[in-house]
Design a protein around this ligand. Structure first.
Ligand code: ATP
Ligand code: MG
Length: 418
């Protein structure tokens, strides 16, 4: 037997309906905000992520699935969605269309990580990217898209944390202050944070290592260092969140793992799914598009992990409706009956009814058992007698009641009753 690769998972029928519901909800919520779908390739030139995600990030340093293809090009399976969307934005000249360009995607992502609950090597993201607007209202809108999505799914127990990590100008002053604070404990930092110390000290605040957490506990806050412009922007984002009745906590410890973020960053975090508690992360990226060779276009977006979302919904007992339930199972007896069942099923399906029939010459009892198993809402029985008499019995499997329906009215009856 050949197993699926470590860190990947088959999504079987008993679970795929949940994915369909989540994806449908994502599309509905996106549409409510005039956000249109974009589909970018599963792999990109490695350069896209080197420039887009940034060298020195966990993703680029150790998590990418990178290989040379037969033409000796360096290719990488997308570890996240934003860089590819920004590449597509530049390449397709979306800058010259009406701004802002509001995009969403639902995509598999690939990261070489140590698999554990909520951490896979292939996982899936629902993400939103809003490009070409600098107003704080679009930051607030991005946050509210995610919040609306969670609310619509009835997800409980997610806490929203927001922060501003400033722009290039204010951040350099902060880096200096942070490094001064960290200097005396530099040797006690984890090896990765020792590297971060020079490259991007703010990322040390995001480290999950207990020693590093202890060291950074009383670190200076970025919020004391952001410039007036960044500070005003952040206040306006908060005002709009209040206007929308969105509860949030300002947490200067939220810095996000990627290089491209500026100003607003945010996370939706759960305490119900163990160590991997961040279900959704996002922020503003004012230099990403330019870093990928485009115009000076700012953007804001988020990505949320669908596996973690499902884990949270499972752990907190949120029901996900199965919208694929078969409306009617047409059981049949004898050759004539099975041909009639086949014909009726065909007609019903064309009219949008979900129908199943027997394909294994099962006895009538076994067919009922099967209908029960697939949770069919109705079962009809078609045999020689039914055809001769022109009457079909339809059983309502929910309440057990039976209705005798004239064969000529059968299609209409089912279409109306299902
Ligand atoms: P983490 O802190 O857990 O490593 P991250 O900061 O690397 O997350 P992002 O790059 O912000 O994550 O991705 C957005 C979301 O995608 C995460 O909040 C999470 O829900 C999901 N995600 C990220 N990596 C994985 C993974 N390996 N397996 C499953 N979901 C993931
Ligand atoms: Mg990660």
């Amino acid at each position: 037997m050949i197993n699926a690769p470590k860190g990947t998972k088959d999504i079987l029928p008993q679970e795929s309906f949940k994915w369909q519901f989540i994806e449908k909800t994502a599309r509905e919520v996106a549409t409510a905000f005039n956000i249109k779908e974009i589909r970018t390739p599963t792999f990109e030139h490695t350069e896209v992520f080197l420039r887009g995600v940034g060298e020195g990030t966990d993703i680029v340093n150790k998590e990418m699935y990178t290989f040379n293809d037969k033409g000796d090009r360096s290719i990488t399976l997308k570890p996240e969605g934003t860089a590819g969307v920004a590449r597509a934005f530049v390449e397709n000249g979306l800058f010259n269309t009406s701004l802002p360009v509001k995009l969403f995607y639902i995509t598999p992502c690939f990261r070489y990580e140590r698999p554990q609950a909520g951490r896979m090597r292939e996982f899936h993201q629902f993400g939103v990217e809003l490009l070409g607007a600098t107003n704080p209202s679009i930051d607030a809108e991005a946050i509210i898209v995610a919040k609306t999505f969670f609310d619509k799914l009835n997800v409980k127990g997610l806490k929203l944390f927001i922060n501003s990590i400033g722009c290039k100008n204010c951040r350099s002053k902060y880096h200096q202050a942070l490094k001064e604070y960290l200097t005396e404990n530099k040797e006690k930092l984890c090896p990765l944070c020792k590297e971060r110390f020079d490259k991007n000290p703010m990322r040390i605040l995001d480290c999950k290592n207990e020693d590093c957490k202890e060291i950074t506990k009383n670190a200076p806050s970025i919020l004391d260092y952001i410039c007036e412009d960044c500070s005003t922007h952040f206040n306006q984002v908060q005002n709009l969140l209040k206007v929308a009745g969105v509860e949030y906590t300002v947490d200067a410890g939220i810095v996000r793992g990627l290089d491209y973020y500026t100003k607003t960053v945010f996370e939706f975090v759960s305490t119900n799914i163990g160590a991997q508690g961040t279900v959704c992360g996002g922020g503003r990226y004012d230099s990403l598009v330019a870093d990928l060779g485009g115009n000076d276009v700012s953007g804001i977006g988020f990505a949320l992990g669908i596996e973690r979302l499902l884990l949270l919904m499972e752990n907190t007992g949120v029901e996900i409706p199965n919208e694929n339930i078969t409306d009617i199972y047409i059981a049949s007896m004898g050759e004539e009956g099975s041909v009639k069942a086949f014909e009726l099923a065909n007609e019903l399906r064309i009219k949008g009814v979900k129908v199943d029939i027997d394909h294994l010459n099962r006895g009538i009892k076994a067919q009922f058992k099967y209908a029960d198993k697939i949770k069919a809402k109705f079962v009809a029985v078609v045999g020689e007698n039914e055809i001769a008499n022109g009457i079909i019995k339809v059983k309502n499997m929910q309440d057990g009641s039976e209705t005798a329906v004239e064969l000529q009215n059968f299609i209409n009856f089912i279409v109306n009753v299902k």
